[in-house]
Design a binder for this molecule. Structure first.
Ligand code: NAD
Length: 420
């Protein structure tokens, strides 16, 4: 009998036969999702024989849902992700400008999936724009529920925008809006709790995986109370909750001010030697430059929603593009998690058996690791590594390397299965 994954307290309970809901997705979703699920089934059976297996429960969102139910995101889909705790999602079309909000953002906010987790690493055989892509090994924790992405905005010229402008000028004494009558407005909420839980998840991940540092990436020099708050509350939670398992650069500065630079450097060296996680911070623009110049200086990254969106795609491009970048949206407290393709619906290649299934496939490997089925996860990752090293890639990667052989979505997935 197939059962649900559940969580009590800190513990995830994963039966040997589990039900996992999935959304196939729009565009290339119809090609990559079945291909990736098939690889997972084979890897699970390879790792555990008949001892473990997954029943995939299809739920609907996007255009398939609209066709079947008249709604882009039916309640049953959200409820299935809530009930079964762990789920999978292919890419979904987001209408630009007017109309409904992003389905991805709605799902993340409804289930309060506050961590967007994006590991970024290089693969042998994949051409990168960097000279030394093997130096890139970062895991991005992007805050998923707050920031300018909260969806609180008003179009210029509407009564709401004019009312908001009126409130700003009459009640808040704001005179800095350059064109008050024709401005649209967006609100950027960043809270203590939201920042702390995201940074705590990043620090815990670094401690668990014995990683050297967590870097808080922010624009606190300009947005002092929102991005600056994120940095301050990030340091606060790291020092308060993780005590002697971390050493923060704020502590470094305090020692430097009190006892001079030599003492501070000595304390930092001792902390490194003792295996403590170093918590540091950097301004977002400098960070983006540094990721290209000195990527080896960064390990775990904790950042706000908009910064995290840009950073994740840039880092992905540094190691081969979003076609191979995995991702997950997680609530570390409730255990809810949706593992997803990080790219979009790729309408330009949809329906042509050209899409790279690796982003979703590597996300599914993350899912298997998340539920503790590490052997199956490792099988998938090493099989993808082997496939790339053999020179088999999809068209998105082949265009950068003439020595590879281009496979379609289904043949690529079959090659990965053969390499398991
Ligand atoms: P996109 O990611 O769909 O495509 C950008 C480029 O990357 C295209 O050239 C595409 O062919 C290529 N590409 C993407 N995935 C690929 C894959 N697996 N294999 C090979 N090549 C791949 O971004 P876009 O064109 O800006 O957006 C298209 C739609 O997807 C929009 O509606 C957008 O809102 C949506 N979108 C959804 C998500 C999501 O569901 N998480 C993420 C990004 C964009």
């Amino acid at each position: 009998m197939y059962e649900k994954i559940t969580k009590t307290g800190e513990n995830l309970h994963v039966p040997n036969r589990i039900i996992i809901p999935y959304v196939e997705g729009d565009g290339v979703g119809a090609e990559i999702t079945p291909a990736a699920l098939k690889v997972v089934d084979r890897a699970v059976s390879r790792a555990y024989g008949k001892g473990r297996s997954i029943e995939w429960k299809e739920v609907f969102a996007g255009s398939k849902a609209l066709e079947k139910t008249g709604s882009l995101l039916p309640c049953e889909t959200v409820e299935a992700f809530r009930e079964y705790l762990v789920g999978v999602k292919g890419p979904l079309t987001t209408p630009v400008g007017e109309g409904s909000r992003s389905l991805n953002v709605t799902l993340r906010q409804t289930l309060d999936l506050y961590v967007c987790l994006r590991p970024v690493r290089s693969f042998r055989g994949i051409v990168s724009p960097l000279r030394e892509p093997q130096k890139v090994n970062m895991t991005v924790f992007r805050e998923n529920t707050e920031d300018i992405y909260a969806g609180i905005e008003w179009m210029q010229g509407t009564p709401e925008a004019l009312k908001f402008m009126n409130f700003l000028s009459c009640e808040m004494g704001v005179s800095k809006v350059r064109f008050p009558q024709t401005s649209s407005f967006g609100v950027k909420p960043v809270s203590v709790e939201g920042s702390e839980r995201l940074v705590a998840a990043a620090v815990e991940y670094a401690i668990k995986h014995k990683l050297p540092s967590v870097t808080l990436v922010h624009k606190g020099n300009i947005m002092k109370y929102t991005e600056g708050g994120f940095k301050r509350w990030g340091y606060d939670v790291a020092e308060r909750r993780y005590g002697d398992r971390v050493f923060t650069m704020r502590q470094y500065s305090e020692i430097k001010n009190r006892n001079g630079e030599n003492e501070a450097s000595k304390a930092l060296e001792e902390a490194r030697h003792a295996g403590k996680v170093i918590i540091k911070d950097v301004i977002a623009d400098a960070f983006l430059q540094n990721t290209l110049l000195v990527p080896e200086e960064y390990s775990v990254i904790a950042t706000l929603n908009l910064n995290g969106d840009y950073i994740s795609d840039q880092l992905a491009a540094m190691v081969g593009g979003i076609g191979i970048a995995p991702g997950a949206n997680i609530n570390c407290l409730s255990g809810h998690a949706i593992f997803e393709a990080t790219h979009g619906t790729a309408p330009d290649i949809a329906g042509r058996d050209m899409a790279n299934p690796s982003s979703l496939l590597l996300s599914l490997a993350m899912m298997l690791e998340y539920i503790g089925w590490d052997d199956a996860a490792n099988l998938i990752v090493s099989s993808v590594e082997k496939t790339f090293a053999q020179g088999f890639v999809t068209c998105d990667l082949a265009r950068f390397n003439s020595r590879t052989e281009t496979l379609g979505t289904s043949r690529f997935a079959e090659t990965v299965i053969n390499n398991l």
